[in-house]
Design a protein around this ligand. Structure first.
Ligand code: UT7
Length: 319
């Protein structure tokens, strides 16, 4: 037994930042950002906290699933950095929604949601759970270097969640990691120890964009190919691909290297930018609520990010 997805929800900060606003902060322009990334706007937290958005996403997913918080057996939150070092973000969500189950965080950067699905599948397989809530959120605006034009145009804030129940709709899943702190790295930033001998670094994202781009295009195509094969399917069987929304060119290149028509790739990067581990599940929620997904559809999901990590899977949509 694995699981079935019973419901999804998302919570997006109110403030919309268009490309033109970025060009007042760094030397960039709308045309460069659109043509190099496909991004037109992103949402940025002003008053919203990580806890408010993760709780709202969780409540919306529970409502969409028709499940009460009291019925949950496990909450997994995927985040690189929650509201606090401790308690975990999953425990903060648990407190606010009134659940009483086990709760913990997972950090696999942008691949976090797929990592959490595999972890959840193990809990279902061992019959430890009937209902699991996975919530994904990174407050990237808080760890972005707003003076670095090569990164600050790429990211946005947002959270999303999925409720899983007993079922057999995870058909295959693959996780990879290649220890690499040169391509993407976000240092902690502060150290309160009076004994610490190293210099402190700012807690902002550093990225070698071209290296990540090459890694990402290969990871997306290879991840989907492997997930399809492991599920005993052909690429032509796939009804919808929900890819990590980092750059439209990465999605287009991956599509060219696969036998899945480009129109089957669900894309919303133009409205959100890269929201890290929330990206796949925000897109899944929009495909769910927008009527893109039909009962019985075979859906491929694929993500890549800091680590460097990747995750890919095939699910049967059964809602
Ligand atoms: O979740 C995983 C996270 N990361 C990613 O997925 C990122 C993967 N990488 C990418 O998406 C792309 O590599 C970028 C969008 C980051 C960069 O696109 P690129 O086509 O690889 O551009 P580039 O880095 O090769 O830069 C081309 C030019 C450079 O100028 P010169 O040296 O040719 O004069 C940059 O300085 O574009 C310049 N540039 C910009 N110009 C205007 C870099 N950023 C900007 C900018 N506005 N924001």
């Amino acid at each position: 037994m694995s699981f079935t997805i019973l419901g999804t929800g998302k919570a997006i900060p109110e403030y919309t930042m268009k490309n033109d606003e970025l060009s007042t902060m760094v030397e960039t322009n709308d045309e460069w950002i659109r043509t190099r990334t496909g991004i037109e706007e992103r949402h940025i937290c002003k008053s919203e906290t990580i806890t408010e958005l993760t709780v709202l996403a969780a409540q919306r997913a529970l409502e969409n699933a028709g499940i009460k918080a009291e019925d949950l057996d496990l909450i997994i939150c995927t985040t690189m950095r929650g509201e606090n070092i401790t308690p975990s973000q999953a425990c903060m969500i648990q407190k606010e929604i009134g659940a009483t189950c086990a709760a913990f965080d997972v950090n696999a950067a942008c691949s976090g949601f797929i990592y959490a699905l595999d972890i959840a599948a193990g809990f279902f397989e061992r019959k430890r759970v009937k209902y699991v809530l996975v919530v994904s959120m990174d407050n990237l605006s808080n760890i972005t270097d707003w003076t670095d034009r090569s990164t600050c145009v790429l990211f946005g804030d947002g959270g999303a969640a999925a409720v899983l129940g007993e079922g057999n709709d995870l058909l295959s899943i693959n996780l990879t990691a290649t220890g690499n702190d040169a391509a993407i790295r976000i240092p902690h930033g502060t150290n309160s120890s009076p004994f610490y001998e190293h210099e402190e670094e700012r807690a902002v994202l550093h990225m070698a964009g071209n290296e990540v781009y090459k890694f990402a295009t290969a990871a997306m195509a290879n991840g989907i190919k492997k997930a399809v094969e492991d599920a005993g399917l052909q690429q032509s069987d796939i009804d919808c691909v929900i890819p990590h929304q980092a750059n439209i060119r990465i999605i287009n290149t991956a599509a060219k290297n696969l036998d899945i028509p480009r129109e089957k790739f669900f894309c919303n990067v133009q409205h959100y930018g890269n929201t890290s581990s929330a990206s796949v599940v925000i897109a899944l929620d929009e495909a769910n609520r927008g009527g893109v997904l039909k009962k019985g559809d075979l859906v491929a999901m694929c993500a890549f990010g800091g680590g460097l990590t990747t995750g890919s899977c095939i699910i049967r949509w059964n809602k």
